[in-house]
Design a protein around this ligand. Structure first.
Ligand SMILES: *[C@@H]1O[C@H](CO)[C@@H](O)[C@H](O)[C@H]1NC(C)=O
Ligand SMILES: *[C@@H]1O[C@H](CO)[C@@H](O)[C@H](O)[C@H]1NC(C)=O
Length: 251
């Protein structure tokens, strides 16, 4: 990986040489941001939540693009080695106090997602899960995902795609618990071989978007603009009619 820095200017060579891994080489997982799913511009650092964090938090130096994107990458505690699967392993145990529990409940109610970054691939999932049931009586339950299963697709020496699934283990119910509550956070890693080429990984990511397509947002803003245009035309017509009437009355 040291050789990478020589190729930074030559973007193509950079892509070919720098994202190469040999078997069992350490693959760094960065934790990045968290925020409400329906407001992607509001983001916080992942370590602002009461989660597993290293004793000393080390931040990654970011490129300008990443800074403008609101990125705040820091080293995670996940230990991931190229092409070596990890069966369910404990990451750490966290003891939640009452304010931690409240923070998590609020984040889950606001549908907070998290974003990690592995080999420049964003990996996104939800912090927890809301269960709304019954109409009368209405039930409302808040769950925390304490286990993350990472899936990583590779081809030869390259990582092509990665995602996370939270549903492999039952989540922790945060409703009727009292602080202090100790929760064990766990993870697992599964490597899948794929035929997709390194050049196709951008496409692979676009095909699996986490955020809704922006198309609907475009439609909303078009309707919004049309309503505004009709209102303005309406005002102009009303004003003109008044003017015409006064002119006719004077004549
Ligand atoms: C992979 O590397 C880790 C340490 O980085 C080591 O503990 C493990 O035994 C290695 N596995 C293999 C199959 O070489
Ligand atoms: C995550 O990736 C794995 C392996 O490629 C795939 O089987 C799975 O369907 C993916 N999950 C989601 C939610 O996209």
């Amino acid at each position: 990986m040291a050789v990478c820095h020589f190729f930074v200017v030559l973007a193509i060579l950079n892509a070919v040489f720098c994202n190469e891994y040999s078997d069992n080489e350490t693959v760094i997982m960065y934790v990045n941001k968290v925020g409400p799913y329906f407001n992607p511009h509001e983001t916080y650092h992942y370590y602002q939540l009461p989660v597993c964090r290293p004793k000393k938090i080390e931040h990654k130096s970011l490129t300008l693009g990443e800074v403008l994107d609101g990125d705040r990458m820091a080293l995670s505690m996940y230990s991931i080695n190229y092409k070596s699967d990890v069966a369910i392993k404990e990451l750490c145990r966290v003891t939640f106090q009452e304010d931690d529990l409240q923070l998590l409940r609020d984040a889950i109610e606001d549908l907070y997602y998290f974003e990690f970054v592995l080999d420049e691939i964003p990996i996104r999932g939800f912090i927890g899960h809301l269960e709304e049931g019954g109409f009368l009586p209405h039930t409302h339950k808040v769950f925390l995902w304490a286990h993350l299963s990472f899936n990583i697709e590779y081809n030869g020496k390259h990582i092509i795609y990665a995602n996370v699934s939270t549903k492999e283990k039952e989540p922790v119910n945060l409703d009727d618990v009292t602080a202090p509550l100790e929760v064990a956070f766990t993870y697992s890693v599964k490597w899948h071989s794929t035929d997709l080429k390194f050049e196709q990984r951008g496409q692979r990511m676009r095909d699996n978007r986490f955020f809704p397509k922006t198309l609907e947002i475009h439609w909303l803003s078009i309707i919004n603009s049309m309503v505004l245009v009709f209102l303005l035309i309406g005002f102009v017509v009303i004003i003109l009619r008044k003017k015409v009437r006064t002119i006719l009355a004077e004549a």
